[in-house]
Design a protein around this ligand. Structure first.
Ligand code: GLN
Length: 191
């Protein structure tokens, strides 16, 4: 039985790693809806933008007319959680939901993928972060709070109800970032 009080969370499902996010969110008791067209955003309490390939995701957003509805969703105060390519989609040069500029594939040709223990100030200690051709936050405005960096390069940040990270929390088995997002979703829905 689904808990009727469970938050209803969308996962942008045009492309990329949405199924793993769905599984993790459902494991934490959320109801999940895959978002492919603007009407899918109706009634959602929050939205996850997964990793994948930002160029393909941009084309999908254009094709489905999702850019304006996604901006309106954020403007209505709903929490958004962007990971990897999802972080890129949030930046000034894409949806402009967050006051950041992402640099794509920023960790150099020599390291397409790596893992690192990242201290995000979460209870239970550092998070094992999986980076796959990851972006970094090259610029950010004054309202953006940097939560973690790798070699001095920001990889996790929040601005209001928006959380953006360069790595893949859905692949590590560590559910704390999704829990943190769901806490924000519940607080804003019930508050
Ligand atoms: N390198 C990808 C891009 O630029 C992002 C990688 C990812 O989401 N794992 O879109």
């Amino acid at each position: 039985m689904t808990d009727p009080g469970a938050p209803l969370v969308g996962v942008l499902a045009l492309q990329g790693d949405f199924a793993a996010h769905r599984a993790m969110l459902e494991g934490l008791g959320a109801q999940v809806r895959e978002v492919r067209v603007p009407a899918d955003l109706d009634g959602l309490d929050g939205l996850v933008m997964p990793g994948g390939e930002s160029t393909t995701m941009t084309l999908g957003i254009e094709r489905e007319g999702l850019a304006e509805p996604l901006r309106a969703f954020h403007a209505a105060g709903r929490p958004v959680f962007g990971t990897c390519a999802g972080l890129i989609m949030l930046d000034r040069e894409h949806l402009a939901i967050m006051d950041i500029v992402a640099a794509r594939n920023a960790f150099g040709r020599q390291v397409h993928s790596f893992e690192e223990d990242l201290d995000l100030g979460l209870e239970g200690g550092p998070v094992r972060a999986v980076f796959i051709r990851a972006p970094l936050i090259a610029e950010h405005g004054p309202d953006v709070r940097i939560l973690a960096s790798v070699d001095g390069r920001p990889v996790a940040a929040e601005e209001g109800a928006v959380l953006a990270i360069s790595f893949h929390p859905e692949l590590s088995g560590d559910t704390r970032l999704h829990e943190r997002f769901l806490d924000t979703v519940r607080r804003l829905r019930d508050g």
